[in-house]
Design a protein around this ligand. Structure first.
Ligand code: PLP
Length: 377
């Protein structure tokens, strides 16, 4: 049998080792040295964001957001049920109660038409997730949030460099978070970033990220000694990780170009088949330029999805399902979640399947995946 095709395989672009070596030679090992600052400036320049801070993960960037927004026990945060646990866990750590929103059947993003009735006087944030790097309906979400004066934190783990109506995802909310986990488009193994669009939050974000101290101001010479000024933690990645990441961000056109080709190969070769078999391929609204983070298919039923995963596995191809509804998880139920709360999420979660997707999948690999799918049904 031919070699197996994994679901994901992190890929280096070439300069990672050079930059890591330079970083070691420069002894730029801890956080916020020269290479970390280069990452910050590069992302700030591309995205035109007032402040970017690398973090140890997207989860930690979300935790920083919860601290910056002064989340208190009893507060509520609206999140889609169809997301990764960190989107809400970061807030639950502060005693926040999750309010689970259902998703749109087309983009699988938070359904903005159901958002307003979830708002209560306790709502302290709305956290939309740009699923698969396709933008949420940000005009409507920002309009509702603005009317109720509720901060928006975008979980943009999938969507770096994607756009909604010509504007980068991650630049709509007062805060946004990125992930550089090895399963994401750009990686350093484990890492993330907090994007700060509202300058009001910058100074305190630096303090929270530096163990609650004003060390950043000390290094800039703005204070003559540094001290404990607020609560905080250690959210700075090492310079070695920043060096790896810098190489990846620098090669963004190459990486995104390759991913676009893979996505389009699947789409073009499966379109007719999908139509015939009642399989739904991804929908990207015309106002969205997507990030090519993944390629998913919605099968007609749970049984068909499971059978296709098993068939592909027998052919040495790894395909995987995705999020289980958070409102039905053990924790979600403790917060009152029950069957039927988010019907679209429940149905999609049973039927969604993701195909192998990583930067150096060859055309031969792709052809093998497509043929195996078509052989099956
Ligand atoms: C990957 C992911 C995260 C967590 O990212 P880490 O960097 O691993 O903490 C959060 N939210 C979403 C939507 C993700 O896909």
């Amino acid at each position: 049998m031919s070699t197996t095709i994994p679901f994901n395989r992190p890929v280096t672009v070439g300069k990672e080792f050079t930059y890591i070596q330079e970083t070691i030679e420069n002894m730029d090992l801890s956080g916020d040295g020269a290479i970390t600052k280069k990452c910050h400036s590069l992302l700030e320049d591309i995205l035109q964001v007032p402040k970017v801070l690398l973090t140890t993960s997207c989860t930690h960037a979300l935790e920083m957001a919860a601290l910056l927004l002064n989340m208190q026990p009893g507060d509520e945060v609206i999140v889609p049920s169809f997301t990764f646990v960190s989107t809400i866990n970061a807030f639950a750590l502060r005693g926040v109660r999750p309010i689970f929103a259902d998703i749109r059947p087309d983009t699988l993003n938070l359904d903005e038409s159901k958002l307003e009735k979830l708002i209560t006087p306790q709502t302290k944030a709305i956290v939309p997730v740009h699923y698969a790097g396709v933008g949420c309906e940000m005009d409507t979400i920002m309009d509702i949030a603005g009317r109720y004066k509720i901060p928006v934190v975008e979980d943009n783990a999938h969507g770096l460099f994607a756009k909604y109506k010509g504007k980068y995802l991650g630049t709509f909310g007062c805060l946004a978070t990125q992930s550089f986990h090895e399963t994401k488009n750009f990686t350093c193994g484990e890492g993330g970033a907090l994007l700060i669009n509202e300058p009001y939050y910058i100074e305190r974000a630096e303090i929270i990220r530096e163990k609650g101290t004003n060390r950043s101001r000390f290094y800039r010479g703005q204070v003559d000694k540094y001290t404990w000024v607020d609560i905080g933690s250690s959210y700075l990645p090492s310079g070695i990780l920043a060096a790896f990441l810098y190489a990846q961000i620098e090669a963004r056109q190459q990486i995104q170009g390759k991913r676009q080709q893979i996505w389009e190969y699947y789409y073009n070769h499966l379109q007719d088949w999908a139509q015939e078999k009642g399989v739904r391929l991804p929908i990207v609204p015309p106002e969205c330029e997507q990030a090519y983070h993944m390629f998913y298919m919605l099968m007609p039923s749970l049984e068909k999805r499971q059978a296709l995963i098993a068939h592909l596995r027998s052919q040495g191809i790894s395909s995987v399902f995705h999020y289980l509804p958070l409102h039905l998880s053990q924790m979600g139920r403790k917060f009152g979640g029950s069957e039927g709360d988010c019907p679209v999420t429940e149905s999609v979660s049973d039927r969604l399947l993701r195909l192998p997707f990583y930067n150096n999948l060859t055309e031969e690999d792709l052809a093998r995946v497509v043929t195996s799918i078509k052989d099956f049904c």
